[in-house]
Ligand binder design. Structure first.
Ligand code: 13P
Ligand code: SF4
Length: 331
């Protein structure tokens, strides 16, 4: 099967690497030869976080994508993150080792339905979470991430009405923080939605000194028992700054790799989901990338992200607005 066919059918290049090579060494060599940068989200596997040039949350990754001088950006994250990088850096080659690394939250908001939603709410400012396709961003006034959502919402004058999509948990959280009454799109992330309050509380009962930390994509009852609610980088920083020694982590457990690196003597417990037999708190999309896929991706410079130029130009406006507001607020 040729490479194009493999990519269109499987989403990635399925070629076994040459025998006796050290994949990590070869990746580093290729990266240097091709002037490539590897950007990774906290949710990818630990080995990939270790080989990346930069590991961060969605805001930090988009900031890196906007400023890099590399010719090639390899994104170890999900599709919308690579699209955001391509929107910001159209002259660069943006590669995603597995094109099927999607996002259930972005999927919960198809662009034609979002367009109908926007049209049904005239005179509303449209704020969309970065976990959306470029086509949804093209219908948006300002993008936000979990790190800057409060600042972005507060940048809109109080007398303006807002619609917010697609994550209703983040939307409700920001409504409560800001006192706004944003109209919310009814979407959610299947990973964050699954955390079980009952099982988290049972863990807390067993370890009363443990601090509960949660991502704002979790459901309200989980946020209500949390000692801290924030983005992945906010959660990481909290575990560094807080004097607590045990943390129950209610987000995708990939981030625990960085937490352990920063605080080797502290204990991190992944928050459980409803089903004790299911590793439901793993984001299967983030976990689709592997060292072999990364190697092939750099070697063959595929799979590549392509965007319709009209959509890209429209999507760039709200992404740039987010970066500008964030920079003004020191984020
Ligand atoms: P962050 O903004 O914390 O990186 O979250 C991204 C994400 O996909 C959460 O599920
Ligand atoms: Fe999307 Fe949820 Fe995975 Fe984040 S954890 S990338 S929101 S599916």
């Amino acid at each position: 099967m040729n490479i194009e066919k493999q990519i269109s059918e499987k989403g990635f290049i399925d070629i076994a690497p040459e025998k006796n090579i050290n994949l990590q060494d070869e990746i580093l060599k290729l990266k240097k030869e091709k002037n490539a940068i590897i950007l990774a989200h906290y949710y990818v596997t630990a080995d990939l976080q270790e080989i990346a040039d930069f590991v961060g949350d969605s805001l930090a990754l988009s900031q890196q994508a906007a400023k890099t001088e590399a010719d090639i950006i390899v994104f170890l994250g999900v599709h919308f993150m690579a699209e955001t990088a391509k929107t910001l850096s159209p002259s660069k080659k943006v590669l995603l080792p597995d094109l099927k690394a999607g996002c259930s939250l972005a999927d919960s908001c198809p662009a034609p339905d979002f367009k109908t939603f926007v049209e049904a709410h005239p005179n509303h400012v449209v704020i969309s979470y970065v976990n959306t396709t470029a086509a949804v961003k093209a219908l948006t006034d300002i993008i936000c991430t979990s790190s800057n959502a409060k600042v972005i919402v507060e940048s809109v004058p109080k007398d303006k009405k807002i619609i917010f999509g697609p994550d209703r948990n983040l939307g409700n959280y920001i409504n409560a923080l800001t006192g706004r009454e944003m109209v919310l799109w009814d979407g959610a992330c299947h990973v964050h939605h699954e955390f079980s309050l009952e099982r988290i509380l049972k863990l807390k009962q067993e370890q009363p000194e443990a601090k509960i930390i949660a991502h704002p994509e979790t459901q309200k009852p989980v946020q209500e028992v949390a000692d801290y609610v924030g983005s992945t980088s906010g959660m990481l920083q909290f575990t560094i700054d807080n004097e607590g020694q045990i943390f129950i982590v209610a987000t995708e457990p990939g981030v625990i790799h960085q937490m352990k690196k920063a605080s080797p003597n502290k204990t991190f417990i992944p928050a459980p989901g409803d089903d004790p037999d299911c590793a439901c708190n793993d984001c299967e999309y983030m976990k689709m990338h592997s060292m072999t896929k990364l190697y092939n991706c750099l070697k063959y410079e595929q799979p590549e992200i392509h965007l319709d130029e009209e959509i890209r130009l429209k999507a760039l406006i709200p992404i740039q607005a987010m970066l500008d507001i964030s920079a003004k607020n020191g984020l």
